[in-house]
Design a protein around this ligand. Structure first.
Ligand code: CP
Length: 300
């Protein structure tokens, strides 16, 4: 069943996406959470601060026990497959495995042969998908008052290697966004997209001009060969969002960044706490969105 696990935005029906966003917003406004009396396990095979901590806090707020599997101290480092790890957890009554991976094919392999009794929640797989991040981004924007139909969303920076960009674009489209623009250094843009609703812009100014939302994206250094990495100062001069550029081209835009932010590279340091920045709101909403995700997948 498409909805048994959280893998990506594309495999979820639009009513489910809308219900998750509405539920996260309701929880943020004080709705009582639905308790869950089963444990969850986190296994992060790539570094994480926001996603791992917010899944853990969300689980604790629902009354769940949380098991944090450390890759270096679990049997994955002795060659145990992800399937056998998931089956072992399922046999112990663990309700969900929150999994972050570098390799999307590993997630697909596990998803195709997932043991029964345990739910797989994708916490980011390689360059492909980060569905809970896109959902919390949408909930944050709805809480700020976005009207999707009239909205122009500009994604700036390393789009090609960004699982957040992929999931944001897929979700915002489902929600009826007016326009998506992308801009960044040519090697970090996806192959030309035939979709008329994604506009490639040649520079920062044209991408953010009168935009409703600007999503700044970190250069995914860990996925780019060292000799192809941009010089951070040059990158910032051409593609970094600054207060001046924001005030000049899009003074009413909301500024998002999934984090972690490299201040002074993809955005100027003073933009992180700028009044138009929703970065802290995104982080706060992350906990409520992960509570909504646990409720959706783990309660009747
Ligand atoms: N946004 C995000 O995935 O951040 P972390 O890598 O810190 O989890």
């Amino acid at each position: 069943m498409a909805d048994s696990h959280l893998i990506d935005i594309e495999s979820l029906p639009t009513p489910v996406l809308r219900a998750l966003i509405a539920r996260a917003r309701a929880l943020a406004e004080g709705d009582r959470p639905r308790p869950i009396d089963r444990p969850v396990a986190n296994l992060f095979l790539e570094p994480s601060t926001r996603t791992r901590v917010s899944f853990e806090l969300a689980a604790r707020r629902l009354g769940m026990d949380v098991i944090n599997l450390e890759p270096a101290h679990s049997s994955t480092c002795k060659g145990e497959s992800l399937y056998d790890t998931a089956a072992t957890l399922a046999a112990m009554g663990v309700a969900a495995l929150v999994l972050r991976l570098t390799d999307s094919t590993e997630l697909d392999r596990l998803h195709r042969a997932m043991p029964t009794g345990i739910c797989l929640l994708n916490a980011g797989d390689g360059t492909r998908a980060h569905p809970s991040q896109a959902l919390l981004d949408a909930a944050t924007l709805e809480q700020a008052g976005i009207d999707w139909r009239g909205a122009a969303v500009a994604l700036i920076g390393d789009i090609r290697h960004s699982r957040v960009a992929n999931s944001d674009i897929a979700l915002f489209r489902r929600l009826g966004v007016g326009e998506i623009r992308i801009a960044g250094p040519e090697p970090y843009l996806p192959a030309p997209d035939p979709s008329p609703w994604i506009r490639r812009c040649p520079d920062l100014g044209s991408a953010i001009d009168q935009a409703t939302v600007i999503v700044c994206l970190r250069v995914q250094r860990e996925r780019i060969e060292a000799d192809r990495l941009p010089d951070p100062e040059q990158f910032h001069r051409k593609w970094g969002l600054t207060v001046d550029a924001l005030e000049r081209y899009a003074p009413n835009a909301w500024v998002l960044h999934p984090g972690p932010v490299n201040r002074g590279v993809e955005m100027s340091a003073d933009l992180v706490e700028h009044p138009r920045s929703l970065i802290s709101a995104q982080v706060r909403m992350g906990v409520f969105m992960r509570m909504a995700i646990f409720e959706h997948w783990l309660t009747p």
